[in-house]
Design a protein around this ligand. Structure first.
Ligand code: FAD
Length: 296
């Protein structure tokens, strides 16, 4: 099923992001965790892709397993910046053959090695080139793209970032997912600006439940996202008590989702990563709001 066909529902729907194993020995652990999340019947699941292609095969394997055995629509991520056009083309063919209908088109982060290399030799510089390649294929993928309510770190300013986002959407992106946000007001403000810029595709806010204090610094470093004082106080107060911190982090994410839905946002993407217990707690917290669409 194409994700774009799910996004017009009026009922709240949640999707979950998982990541593939880095090596063969952890495949089974990832398989068990992702299958457990799939058994809750989310609207869809996405599988990340290791920049540099390290886990490309596993991204496809995890996505295909869930799609074939759990009938959950799958979104396979694909990054391009450190790959050749031929390699990416081959992966697109493999995804199509595996019956994957949705691809999240990403550039990937610029690693220090890439930054030191000769840019004129790169096949890709921006995600928009991958979007164009997908549209040139005879394939019929539903295409996702990333966006940044707090501005991508490489952009000089938000106006420039939104101009490039518009270019990417006009090239063929069907929907967008945001970088993780911890303050919903940043998302509402961003939506106002991109709609004004003529970007009309559905946008899924990305919510990451922070379940331990160490995750906070990692999440900020990775995403550059703003951490509101309200959330910092929770970490300060509960950070040394793992069980309490987990409960508070899940409650905070649940609160964000309720606020988004109350403000008309029906599709929320959750960076619960490979933690079925976190996914289940959020679903349980929202059981009356979600109605019967999720398994208990
Ligand atoms: P782009 O859309 O290419 O944008 C990157 C920067 O270039 C922006 O500043 C943009 O404004 C600018 N830009 C775009 N086009 C142009 C142009 N024509 N000229 C000049 N500047 C331009 N990384 C992974 O490795 N694997 C994943 O699975 C993964 N999943 C992600 C999922 C989401 C929802 C998000 C938000 C990020 C994800 N990332 C992932 C991280 C992502 O790869 C990085 O944030 C990366 O730095 C940018 O990727 P992008 O696709 O947004 O790039």
């Amino acid at each position: 099923m194409k994700i774009i066909d799910i996004l017009n529902r009026e009922q709240l729907s949640l999707s979950f992001e998982v990541f593939p194993p880095k090596k063969a020995t952890s495949y089974e652990t990832v398989k068990i965790a992702t299958e457990k999340i799939a058994s809750y019947h989310p609207a869809f699941m996405s599988v990340t892709y290791g920049a540099g292609g390290g886990t490309s095969q596993y991204t496809l394997e995890v996505a295909k397993n869930i799609k074939d055995n759990y009938n959950v629509p799958m979104l396979a991520h694909l990054t391009c910046v450190s790959s050749s056009r031929e390699t990416v083309q081959q992966l697109i063919i493999e995804m199509e053959q595996a019956g994957i209908e949705n691809i999240m088109t990403l550039r990937g982060d610029l690693t220090p090695e890439l930054m030191d290399s000769d840019r004129s030799k790169w096949d890709y510089h921006y995600a928009v080139e991958l979007v164009r390649q997908l549209k040139e294929c005879s394939t019929d993928f539903c295409i996702g793209g990333a966006c940044y309510p707090e501005v991508h770190p490489e952009s000089a300013n938000q106006r420039e970032d939104i101009l490039h986002l518009k270019e990417k959407v006009d090239a063929g992106v069907d929907f967008l997912t945001t970088q993780m946000i911890f303050d919903n007001n940043l998302f509402y403000n961003f939506m106002y600006k991109i709609r004004e810029a003529g970007i009309t595709v559905p946008v899924l806010p990305g919510i990451m439940p922070i379940t331990n204090a160490n995750q906070v610094e990692r999440a900020i470093k990775l995403s550059g996202s703003f951490m509101p004082q309200r959330f910092r106080s929770i970490v300060d107060h509960f950070g040394t008590d793992p069980e309490a911190m987990k409960q508070a982090g899940i409650a905070y994410a649940t609160d964000q989702i309720i606020d988004l839905y109350a403000n008309g946002i029906t599709n929320v993407h959750i960076y619960s990563m490979n933690k079925p217990d976190v996914a289940k707690s959020i679903l349980d917290n929202l059981s009356n709001i979600l109605g019967k669409s999720f398994a208990k």
